[in-house]
Design a protein around this ligand. Structure first.
Ligand SMILES: Cc1cc2nc3c(=O)[nH]c(=O)nc-3n(C[C@H](O)[C@H](O)[C@H](O)COP(=O)(O)O)c2cc1C
Length: 168
């Protein structure tokens, strides 16, 4: 087993590196996985773009994906995990995890900036009527207004527990 990831601005890469250390598995960028690993079992981690896990379809053609981890800016919830799982639709018995990562508009390329400019007002609308303290307490608000990251080893614990149980 190894880890394959796709990251646009580095947060998913950070999670992949943390998971690599925690599980003692090598982690590779999807673009540079050694061809000798084709067809073998992998954990796939990708950033979320418009609800989809970027790179999953390509990775699923190359490897036997045993677990999928989506990383986005939306807060973690059972509903968000369910939404990601519905989009990914992996095979039976393949778990899907969702982790909140980070976001920084300034790190995006021109096309992604344009896409995010279109949706930022609707994301900000969710905070209408909230106090400054409530807004500031929400990582998504900090991410969208000035860039922030909540990447942490603790968030990976459900993935680590799954792996340890699956490997028994
Ligand atoms: C064009 C675009 C679309 C995005 N769509 C979503 C989305 O649907 N859901 C979500 O939770 N986050 C979304 N995000 C936020 C990223 O998934 C988030 O910033 C993630 O942590 C980026 O990971 P990376 O640093 O590895 O690229 C979007 C970001 C961009 C630039």
């Amino acid at each position: 087993m190894f880890i394959v990831y796709t990251s646009n601005t580095g947060h998913t890469r950070q999670y992949a590196q943390m998971l690599s250390e925690a599980l003692d598995l090598p982690a590779y960028d999807l673009k540079t996985v050694p061809p000798t690993l084709d067809g073998l079992e992998a954990i796939y981690m990708g950033w979320l773009m418009a609800g989809s896990v970027v790179g999953y379809a390509k990775a699923a053609k190359k490897f036997k994906i045993r677990c999928v981890v989506g990383v986005g800016m939306t807060p973690e919830s059972a509903e968000q995990t369910e939404d990601v799982a519905k989009k990914v639709k992996p095979g039976a018995g393949v778990p899907v995890f969702y982790l909140q990562g980070g976001y920084d508009f300034n790190k995006l390329g021109a096309m992604h900036k344009m896409m995010m400019k279109a949706v930022t007002p609707s994301i900000l609308k969710r905070f209408d009527g909230k106090s400054e303290a409530e807004k500031e307490a929400d990582p998504t608000y900090r991410m969208i207004t000035r860039g922030d990251s909540v990447v942490s080893a603790e968030r990976l614990e459900p993935v680590i527990r799954w792996y340890q149980a699956a490997e028994k």
